[in-house]
Design a protein around this ligand. Structure first.
Ligand code: G6P
Length: 617
């Protein structure tokens, strides 16, 4: 949700080019409009417009700024307040074009602040909430000449979420970065260049050394150095620990693939293998906490929520306790009057920054009940980790495609590892049985590799055969409902098709009325204890002329024989492998969505209106 990139350097570089590349790497956060400001000779140079970065670059030459300029701020926008227009694009400036601000987040009290500033004679050009900030700073600078104090005073008046990067025409070597609720990371090449960005991949080609800014912290960036302050006490610098990120830049580049989405689907086997290395101690810690819980909730948004639906099935199988899944945006509303003592919340988020999720767990932790939060995320140091009692980090590597793919499978894997740890602790299954589940789980990367090797033509053929059908269903029962829902979400996200994942049993209470001769229905059919009933559901659709496409295991016969087209996942159909089928079955549906997007000339990496990290309610 909006990408911020800032750079201040003493190196002989083309600052515009680096700023442009920086926001290109953040484009997955929003792509309604973009802008860059550089600073030189007490002047600010701004280029901005509405549209995708490449188009604006062609028009405005975003890499051409004064050669001497060594400081730049760059922004890619996901519009909230104000339409995606040139005027509303960031950066926003004060009345004298001296102060430039880029912002990720939303200021809730911007109407009051705007009125206050208008009454003081400030002139606004845009409809954005962000434009308040340069004017507030300008106002504060009139009473005290110190930029740092002026910024601190200005943001103390703001209510809401913000990651901000600020520069001033008269401060040639200074960026001020400050955050609350929206992520901001500071990258550093010692003595040479300092960066700030909403996400690590933005500066990963230059450095893997970074500081993660916390709420109400301010960073003063100079070329190759950085100082930190508490916004409420800016007289004394504070110490922060530097972190080394072990992601390689290759992982954040397309590496020969046409799109990140495709690359990230192909990276699923590696992401799974890496995530299998989560330490036994952390898994045991998670497992013991769940065993001690009286009540367990699982919560997330989007794809992570569907990973949670699959994970809750797998954990419950061994834990023997009910886990209630609630979408994070509804969490507080649902539990306001019923959150019980000693509850545990499992919170799942690839970004670790989804604001509805953060709000849900913060609310639960601040309640009188003693609630613990166990979180699963892909991002070290993300906001969710700071509000959690225990954290598991999935090792999917950077995921740039807006539609989550490899993080989904690693989230289910992490939950499966916790489930098997529980099995080891409670010993209701023999060691031999548990080992068979482990073996099946460890085989998931190979299954996906084998599938990807042989099935692309079949997936493309199915996409072409579905061409005329603008809507249809993925139907399933039991754990596979999670797979079906995630498949439907992928098609909506990247192919702009209203394809719905639905319970096969429930589908006869409504959706079946859509069926006509040749209407396609895709059944997700691993051979678990819902298989026979699913055959009944399949027949209900087939007998009404439905065209049946099924997703089955390699040796399947019954459902395959009833289907018009069969996609075979190359895995055994025993109960051990079948339990983890949401991991091995989903790549087929992700690819279906990917090739459907291409068929419709859509860019699967930048779905219309979506953003990867959702930091607004
Ligand atoms: C956005 C993204 C999805 C993601 C969801 C939840 O909608 O486009 O890919 O599943 O947010 O994000 P999280 O980071 O919490 O998993």
């Amino acid at each position: 949700m909006c990408g911020i990139f800032g750079i201040v350097s003493r190196k002989d570089i083309n600052i515009g080019k680096i700023a442009l590349e920086g926001i290109k790497r953040l484009e997955y956060r929003g792509y309604d409009s973009c802008g860059i400001v550089t600073q030189y000779d007490s002047k600010l140079f701004v280029k901005k417009d509405a549209g995708k970065i490449d188009v604006i670059h062609k028009k405005l030459k975003l890499d051409e700024f004064p050669n001497e300029s060594k400081l730049a701020l760059a922004h890619t926008r996901w519009a909230t307040h104000g339409a995606p227009t040139k005027i509303n694009s960031h950066p926003h400036l004060d009345c004298n074009d001296k102060i430039a601000v880029i912002h990720n987040g939303i200021l809730e009290n911007f109407i009051e602040l705007r009125e206050e500033l208008l009454s003081k004679g400030h002139i606004f050009k845009s409809e954005t909430d962000t434009e308040i900030i340069p004017h507030l700073i300008e106002d504060n600078l009139k009473t005290n000449g110190d930029l740092k104090i002026a910024v601190a005073n200005a943001i103390k008046k703001c209510i809401g979420a913000y990651g901000l990067a600020i520069c001033h025409a008269d401060y040639p070597d200074t960026i001020i970065a400050v955050r609350r609720e929206s992520p901001l990371i500071i990258g550093i090449e010692d003595g040479k260049t300092t960066y700030c960005a909403s996400d690590i991949p933005a500066f990963l080609p230059y450095t893997n050394k970074c500081y993660i800014l916390e709420d109400d912290e301010m960073a003063i960036l100079k070329a190759g150095t950085v100082e930190f302050y508490d916004v409420n006490n800016i007289s004394v610098p504070k110490q922060k620990e530097i972190q080394k990120i072990d992601w390689s830049i290759k992982a954040a580049e397309k590496g020969g693939y046409k799109h990140f989405m495709l690359k990230e689907i192909y990276e699923e086997p590696t992401a799974l293998r890496q995530t299998m290395k989560i330490s036994n101690d952390s898994l045991k810690d998670f497992a013991e906490t769940l065993l001690s819980a009286e009540r367990i909730y699982i919560t997330a948004a989007g794809t992570s929520f569907y990973a949670a639906l699959a994970g809750k099935f797998i954990i419950t199988k061994f834990l023997g306790k009910y886990i209630q899944a609630i979408e994070c945006s509804e969490f507080k509303i649902e539990l306001e009057n019923s959150l019980e003592e000693n509850s545990i919340i499992i919170a799942i988020s690839q970004s670790g920054e989804t604001i509805d999720l953060i709000e849900a767990i913060r609310w639960a932790k601040e309640s009188k009940q003693r609630v613990k939060v166990l979180s699963i995320t892909n991002i070290v140091g993300s906001t969710i980790t700071r509000h959690s009692d225990k954290v598991l980090i999935t090792q999917a590597g950077p995921e740039i495609g807006v539609a989550a793919t490899k993080t989904f499978v690693t989230q289910i894997l992490a939950q499966s590892l916790v489930a098997l740890e529980i099995a080891k602790l409670i010993r209701t299954e023999s060691n031999d049985e548990i080992q068979k589940y482990y073996n099946a789980l460890y085989s998931t990367p190979k299954v996906i590799e084998n599938f990807l090797e042989k099935n692309i033509d079949l997936i493309k053929y199915i996409v072409r055969s579905l061409e005329k059908n603008l809507n249809f269903f993925f139907l399933a029962r039991g754990i596979s409902i999670a797979t079906a829902k995630e498949g439907g979400l992928k098609l909506k996200e990247v192919a702009c098709r209203f394809i719905e994942g639905y319970s096969a049993a429930h589908a006869k209470h409504g959706p079946i009325s859509l069926v006509r001769e040749g209407y396609p229905i895709i059944f997700i059919a691993p051979p678990d204890n819902t298989y026979e009933r699913l055959i009944g559901n399949l027949m209900e659709f087939k007998s009404r002329g439905g065209k049946i496409i099924s997703l089955v295991v390699k040796e399947d016969k019954k459902i395959a024989d009833l289907s018009d087209i069969t996609i075979r996942i190359p895995q055994p159909g025993d109960k051990y492998h079948t339990l983890f089928s949401p991991i091995t079955f989903i790549p087929a549906l992700q690819l279906l969505a990917y090739y459907a997007a291409l068929e419709h000339n859509l860019d699967p990496d930048k779905p219309l209106n979506l953003a990867k990290t959702v930091t607004v309610h």
